[in-house]
Design a protein around this ligand. Structure first.
Ligand code: FAD
Ligand code: NAP
Length: 531
């Protein structure tokens, strides 16, 4: 608040009679003082912090900053997909990512459980068992709606101001917001946090934006996708292909190069084999070049032409084509050039120092927009909370981006933490690492007698460092639950000897990690005949 002219200057009975000259003199002196004071003082802003993006990272940071007594504005705005899909507050994870994906994965697991059930004595009338896509999406969207509402309430309870508007820098410490009615506002803040996340990438080939869907459309698709082509071979592609096939749909995955780039390829290939054995088709070394609509409808019919450097061109018809070919950081249309924030021109990602600070000191960034950091919800949340505590709570803990566990929710779930075998070999040399591994057969799969020698456990140890576990990999049911616990142990520096000294829990899948004895080097038998 700027000081106002003292009341005494404006009162008629000033200094025992009315003296205009003295009044003018005093007023002039006061205004001069005021101006000098204004120049010396920090400029005043509407907010302490403006967060652009109300997703996993932005919401966490804004609530934490507000809890620490700061005046915070969070902006969140969803630009509709080319097909017009939009959603509520909470960002990718809640609306079009982790949450609907895991629920649809669970739907597929239940389908498998129904198949297993008769061997456990359940008597099912096969004719009555059908899946309803519309019931699924309704249940999923209702749940998401409750989360959207919960986020709004939580912002209000934490005294965070929320504006459902698109933010764009227009000058130092200044941002313009535009809501869906086109109403614009200007806000200023001492600091800014960019947490705008990513959106699906398009192929830029004829027909892709007009006829293809992405994960942004899938979870609320108003009709069952039918025969589906999934283009891409990473997390999003394989997870979506997995649950769609689990619902009984005819699914093909078009792979440009390898599965799950960046992950341990031994594990990635085992995931691919399992998916193929469970009816998912793979078109390897193909890329789509043209998508044409041959029948309108919900779903309609699309003709896809694909090229390969090694094989002949293919033309095939699908009801739905799902693009899952990566995601683009939302950094190119938020005025970063106006305020001088540097991005990697090729990827659009924002480089930051180890305190999530960009090259412009009052602007920070977290989550999926960051260069070289894992794109995962808990990472965005942790970085956001710690940043707020450092900025406003006197803390100094930085986000630790090492040994972040992750799980790919493919039909055979894959949990991982630390080095892949390839990266460990590259970093330490093959002679300096010991890889222990084994297949295992979950008890609950043994009674229906399915899928033996598909679940797999592997740890990578650094021989020179007391066989410290530097890589943890598991393929099997509840891989995420298993990996979470072992990730904590890895953070504490778990060695192979400590793992061996840990008594297992019987009969669970994770027990296998307490009894690993066969090294890959020894080429010993790791096949299981029972559990
Ligand atoms: P986001 O959550 O994407 O939030 C950014 C928000 O900012 C969005 O609401 C966006 O609309 C808004 N915004 C953008 N620009 C502006 C602007 N200029 N003004 C106002 N608002 C703006 N991670 C996991 O950990 N586990 C999983 O199982 C998992 N599954 C996934 C499945 C799918 C299909 C996808 C796509 C992602 C998945 N992820 C998963 C990744 C996870 O969703 C992201 O890492 C996480 O959401 C990133 O959070 P964020 O805060 O950086 O961005
Ligand atoms: P991604 O990891 O960037 O993978 C993109 C995939 O698309 C790759 O297989 C790539 O093949 C392929 N591709 C790219 N361009 C192509 C083209 N023009 N034609 C054909 N194929 C093409 O992207 P993503 O799967 O969307 O995942 C994004 C991020 O979201 C991940 O990094 C992850 O952190 C997060 N996520 C997490 C989870 C989870 O935690 N369970 C789930 C989903 C997503 P190449 O290998 O040949 O390049």
């Amino acid at each position: 608040m700027e000081p106002s002219l003292p009341a005494v200057f404006t009162q008629r009975h000033y200094v025992g009679g009315y003296d205009r000259t003295l009044k003018a003199h005093c007023e002039g002196a006061f205004l001069k003082l005021l101006e000098q004071n204004r120049q010396k003082k920090e400029p005043s802003y509407d907010y302490d912090l403006i967060v652009i993006g109300g997703g996993s990272g932005g919401l966490a940071a804004s609530k934490e900053a507000a809890k620490l007594g700061k005046n915070v504005l969070v902006l969140d705005f969803v630009v509709p997909t080319p097909l017009g899909t939009r959603w509520g507050l909470g960002g990718t994870c809640v609306n079009v990512g982790c949450i609907p994906k895991k629920l649809m994965h669970q739907t597929a697991l239940l389908g498998q459980a129904i198949k297993d059930a008769p061997t456990f004595g359940w008597q099912l009338d096969d004719k009555t068992i059908q899946h309803s896509w519309s019931s699924l999406t309704e249940a999923v969207q209702n749940y998401i709606g409750s989360l959207n509402w919960g986020y709004r309430v939580s912002l209000r309870e934490n005294n965070v101001t929320y504006e459902n508007a698109y933010g764009e820098f227009i000058g130092p410490h200044r941002i313009k917001t535009t809501n869906n009615k086109g109403v614009q506002k200007i806000h200023t803040a001492e600091r800014f946090l960019i947490a705008t996340g990513e959106r699906p990438h398009y192929l830029n080939i004829p027909g892709d934006r007009e006829y293809c869907i992405t994960s942004d459309d899938l979870f609320s698709l108003p009709y069952c996708p039918g025969k589906t082509l999934v283009i891409g071979a990473s997390y999003v592609a394989l997870e979506c292909a997995g649950f769609l096939a689990g619902l009984g749909l005819d699914v093909t995955v078009m792979v440009r190069s390898i599965l799950l780039r960046g992950f341990d390829q031994d594990m990635a290939n085992k995931i691919g084999e399992y998916m193929e054995e469970h009816g998912i088709k793979f078109l390897r070394k193909y890329v789509p070049v043209k998508i044409k609509q041959i029948k309108e409808g919900t779903p309609g019919l699309l003709k896809v032409t694909a090229h390969s450097a090694e094989y002949s061109e293919i033309i095939e018809e699908y009801n739905t084509v799902l693009l899952a070919i990566g995601r683009d950081a939302c950094t190119r249309k938020i005025g970063l050039q106006t305020v001088g924030v540097k991005i990697n021109e090729k990827t659009g990602k924002i480089p930051v120092n180890d305190e999530e600070q960009t090259n412009v000191p009052y602007i920070y960034a977290i989550g999926d927009v960051l260069e070289g950091k894992p794109e995962l919800t808990p990472v965005a949340i942790q970085a956001g909370r710690l940043l707020a505590r450092r900025l406003y709570g006197g803390a100094d803990t930085k986000c630790d981006y090492i040994n972040i566990p992750t799980t790919v929710f493919t039909p055979l779930e894959y949990g991982a933490c630390g080095y892949s075998e390839e990266k460990a070999t590259e970093r330490f040399g093959n002679d300096n690492i010991e890889v222990y591994h084994s297949y295992f057969w979950p008890l609950e799969w043994a009674v229906p007698s399915r899928d033996n020698n598909k679940c797999y456990a592997k740890i990578i140890c650094n021989i020179a460092d007391k066989e410290r576990v530097i890589g943890f990999h598991v393929l099997g049911p509840s891989a995420g639950e298993i990996t979470q616990g072992f990730a904590a142990a890895m953070k504490c520096g778990m060695t192979k000897e400590q793992l061996d000294g840990t008594i297992g829990i019987h009969p669970v899948c994770a027990e296998i990690f307490t009894t690993l004895s066969v090294t890959k080097r020894s080429d010993g038998n790791i096949l299981q005949s029972g559990c």
